[in-house]
Design a binder for this molecule. Sequence first.
Ligand code: FE2
Length: 355
Amino acid sequence: MSEQKVLVIDSDEASCALIKTVLTARGFQVAVAMSARLGLQFYEENTPGVVFIDMSLKDLDVRYLVREFHHKDDAMAIILMSYAETANLVQESLALGATDYLYKPLKSEEVYFKTKQAFEIRRFVVNNSRSLKGIEERNISLQKQNLLLARRIEESTKNLTRLYEDLKETYMRTIKTLAHAIDARDHYTFSHSDNVTRYAELIARQMNVDAAYIADISDACQLHDLGKIGVHDNVLSKPSALTDEEFTQIKQHAEKGAQILEPLKFLEGVIDIVKHHHERWDGKGYPDGLKGEEIPLGARIMSVADSYDAMVSARPYRKVGLTKQEAVAEIKKNSGSQFDPKVVEAFLKVVESFA
Ligand SMILES: [Fe+2]
């Protein structure tokens, strides 16, 4: 135990004897070293809690000795001893971390008092460093828990994102199935929405539209006639000309489709395209009579793709669709009036690849 052990390093025999006598009588174990090197050696054997060091030791620099003891035990209490003329050295060594000092010639009571005080300081330092260590350990453990929590949150977020994506996909599948079912009522072919999607994608790519927006255009193409859900079969499949009232009913499908999709916030970009896919470049379309670039680009693209597929397909009022050449001529003719000329330009470049 360092608690009661004292080491005295002093070449002056009288001082050593005085300290040893005073402290031994008070229950301390005192080891004496007559040189600094011996002192360091004795430290290893005795591991004292308090060391007295005489400032006039010749074999090692006192400042080095103080540093060395603190290196071995950072709670070590060191009492320096000197005559008044070495006072500067005392200050310097205190600055280095010595605990206290004693002026020679030594006085018995002072030796005992300073020793007692030095052990108290040592206890204080030891306890403090223990608390500090405890705090550090708690900090480390808290950091570990934080890391663990962060990982769990990350995992939960990933799971939630996955669930959200699954949910989105399920929604989309359900809506697309519904849209296909509606499609089948209106068109002689089941593949109208798929054709429009394929054509619109090709045109959009030709126009260097970014991938995320192409995905929106594709979804919109799949869902564009969803609003026809409320239009009666008799009207959708009518082989003769529609009455004004019937035509008004049909025209509402763009807006109705957008309304059906409205609650699905992740379809924001898609809804806009669905709503405006019957607008015309010259402003004569519906539902809002938007003109030119007021119409979302996706809707302008879809308009060309949708019209082309409608032209080449059989219709209730037209058993055989137009030929590719006829349909292309029709699209060209309406460039700048019904259709965005730039979209038509892109369409003309890719139409050969349409199946
Ligand atoms: Fe439509």
